[in-house]
Design a protein around this ligand. Structure first.
Ligand code: PEP
Ligand code: MN
Length: 341
């Protein structure tokens, strides 16, 4: 349930209501808009059965939340969230681009990738160190060694670092090296892992699973938020459909649908959606035009030799051209992206 306060309610009114809720053992989430303040009530609302909240000073109305997720819902917080990662704001006017190889493979490879994506204007370097591969015999990632190389690339370029965590052990290790955790599609409903990430305050890029509905995805995001970590950015990365021409089908409608249901920022990963380098540019442009807050794109200095996802990684020149086009689209739709190439 949310409590909508009157536009002339005072700070004291808000504090009085919060006190009543806290004394009943309920959680309180205050969202201040330009006109009105909304107080979100977290917990069992039966505890409120004897409390005439609607009669308290400053209260305009009580509104039940119909969705099973609350903290992630737009009813709970109508104002879009802006997630600050090391000074880069995701969900604001500026578009954010994360780019780099599928996996960290070597010092030369990650440093060359970092230089290339920085040169085009990306704000984040991506690179998997814990790789969730379909086959147990495929390259599984360099683990902590890979994270150390990412940190070295950060020191060389100033890029922020994002890398996937696949287990509670990986969270513990990666915490020392990365600016943002990535939860991959395969772990979207690994609730134990989500709770662990929720107990950390580090921002997290939370990918949609190939078979999760938007409702299941937002409920899964709620697992992270319900532990206290509100720094969640969603990522649409394609879903499994009957189509086989692409690796997955990019659900472009997820962008406006999520924006209508949640205050959380959403970015798009066209690389894992398409699975083929030739489709990354048009899908990226479509995602930004549809309102996505940014992109995460696989870029490799020599895609043909990549140890994972070779078919979908862009060489630096193509990524550079993509950033140029994103800069142009940003101008048209009233957003910003500083193409640096
Ligand atoms: C990745 O980003 O390298 C990855 C494995 O993506 P996804 O979880 O979307 O498959
Ligand atoms: Mn990949």
């Amino acid at each position: 349930m949310i409590i909508v306060m009157k536009s002339n309610s005072t700070e004291n009114d808000i504090q009085e209501i919060s006190k009543v809720l806290v004394n009943l053992g309920l959680g309180v989430h205050i969202s201040k808009g330009s006109e009105k303040t909304i107080i979100g009530v977290i917990g069992d609302k039966r505890k409120l059965s004897d409390v005439p909240l609607e009669l308290m000073n400053g209260v305009e109305k009580l509104v039940p939340i119909v969705e099973s997720y609350k903290l992630a819902s737009k009813t709970f917080q109508p104002k879009p969230s802006i997630i600050d990662v090391g000074g880069v704001k995701i969900g604001g006017k500026e578009l954010v681009i994360m780019a780099g190889p599928c996996a960290v493979e070597s010092r030369e490879q990650i440093l060359a990738s970092a230089e290339a994506v920085k040169k085009a204007g990306a704000q984040f370097l991506r690179g998997g160190a814990f790789k969730p591969r379909t086959s147990p015999y495929a390259f599984q990632g360099l683990e902590e060694e890979g994270l150390k190389l990412l940190k070295e690339a950060k020191e060389a370029t100033g890029l922020l670092i994002i890398s996937e965590v696949t287990s509670e052990r990986a969270v513990e290790i990666a915490d020392k090296y990365v600016d943002m955790f990535q939860v991959g599609a395969r772990n979207v409903q690994n609730f134990q892992l989500l709770r662990e990430i929720g107990r950390s305050k580090k921002p997290v890029l939370f990918k949609r699973g190939p078979s999760t509905t938007i409702d299941e995805w937002l409920n899964a995001a709620e697992y992270i938020m319900s532990e206290g970590n509100y720094n969640v950015v969603l990522c649409e990365r394609g879903i499994r459909t009957f189509e086989t021409a692409t690796r997955n089908t990019l659900d472009i409608s997820a962008v406006p649908v999520v924006k209508s249901l949640s205050h959380l920022p959403i970015i798009v990963d066209p690389s894992h959606a398409a699975g083929k380098a030739q489709y990354i540019l048009p899908l990226s442009k479509a995602a930004i035009a549809a309102g996505a807050d940014g992109l995460i794109i696989e870029v490799h200095p020599n895609p043909k030799c990549a140890l994972s996802d070779a078919a979908q990684q862009l060489p630096p020149e193509d990524f550079n051209n993509l950033c140029k086009d994103i800069g142009r689209i940003a101008d048209i739709i009233g957003r910003e992206f500083h193409y640096a190439g």
